[in-house]
Design a protein around this ligand. Sequence first.
Ligand code: NAI
Length: 501
Amino acid sequence: MAYTFEDIKTVGVIGAGLMGAGIAQVLMTSGYDVILNDMNADALSRARSSIGDRIDRLAEKGRITSKAAAAAKGRLKISADLSTLADAQLVIEAIIERLDIKQKLFTDLESIVGAQTILASNTSSLSIASIAKACENRGRVVGMHFFNPVPLMKLVEVIGGASTDQAVIDTTIALSDAMGKVPVLAKDGPGFIVNLGGRAYYTEALHIESEGVAAPEQIDRIMKMAAGFRMGPFELMDLTGMDVNFPVSRLIFEGYQSDPRLRTTAGHGYMVEAGLLGRKSGQGFYDYAEDGPKPPSPMPSPPVAGPVTALPVVLPEATDRFAGLVEKGLVAGTDDGKMPILVSPNGEDCTGVVARLGLDPKRTVAVDLSALALGVVTIMTAPGGSDVLEDVAAWLGKAGLHVEVIRDSPGFVAPRIIAMIVNLCCEMAQIGVGSPEDLGKAMTLGLNYPFNPLDHGDLLGAGRVLETMDALQDTTGSDRYRPSLWLKRRARLGLSLSADD
Ligand code: NAI
């Protein structure tokens, strides 16, 4: 039997780098004695002083008393000798991300620690089952995945491998709670919850860019202005570094048996080959070389000045969709052979609507009205040139809207990426990567998404998201866009996307 939560007084942390030092700090301020181990003595002394500095700063800011800070600092022991971990009831490993090295460490630990000691790994990409493989007692091996920076990021993914004992999972969850974190239970699989769930945002943006729909800067701007993301997908990739996000994307794609939903683009890999790693190399999707990093996305252009006159247009489909624009002076008229024809497709491209309704491609403009309340519209036309695009864009600008003109895309930019995020989260619920509740917590706390994807899908309407996905799949002919069974069933039954089986 492994130690229970109440037994845990001393925690061993192996690896005194970025993550290990953060984990040690939070344990210390939560009242645990910590034995911090690293093979590198310099790393240990650096970690001791950085942890001490950060705890002092917490006291300066009044977050903890100076007495509590002194007590917390007194709870740290550092040692380059693994045998000092014999006293720990739980050990968290945060060393280099190499399976062979982690496996060896775990088997070495088994000969040092007591029979009841829990062994946790902070791995972000290796399976817990494979780390535990060489251990005598695989039941005590568990995943405890923290996020950087550990003291600030609330989320912890607790991962049970195929053989992990339920009591070990329960203790790990209770310890995470005691550390002031929000634990979620993730299935042992590529990318767990957060790294898997984050793929839709990056990879769909990359696909949209690779199709020539819009440049990275424009996609970033749309996702921030029209969908509320704090950072655009390309800014984020530049921040994490292509040398990190490309291999992680590959690993997750391969781990999920080449599911096309998770496929990234060839261009993503070429960025790594070319050394365009992002901020760390001075150049990624944006240039950071001169005078340090600069804001990648310029402020959007101000609305075009001038009086707003009525714009007569043809609305061949449901006119109520355009009510928000009618309020601003859009007038639905009878076709005179010259007027712009406005459509607002859901998941289709402009070409698809033109073909379906037999419209004049040179006069048809597809308008994304999903962010009208935020003052943002995205418009696109079919290939071959448009006679009315400029007039429509100018009118929308005069009506006080921020206008993004993109090339033809099924689902525009924001609705397409959002549908992919919701669909992926549905699939994760379907295959049990986490419970709907835990998926929501993980996506908002781990990825800083502006919404819980399942709740957001409910807000949009599961039926509407399903329609977007079906149209995306039809238009592209790609299984990348196949709807999750979770989404299909709940849309058909009129259930919430968080409704469990
Ligand atoms: P790091 O490179 O900052 O620190 C690793 C430390 O482990 C170094 O001080 C190194 O000397 C030590 N080390 C390496 N092999 C060792 C061994 N056999 N025995 C004792 N010490 C050893 O790495 P970082 O970023 O702290 O990551 C550590 C682990 O945490 C990796 O498994 C990584 O995948 C995982 N992780 C990292 C995140 C991040 O954002 N950096 C986020 C979540 C997990």
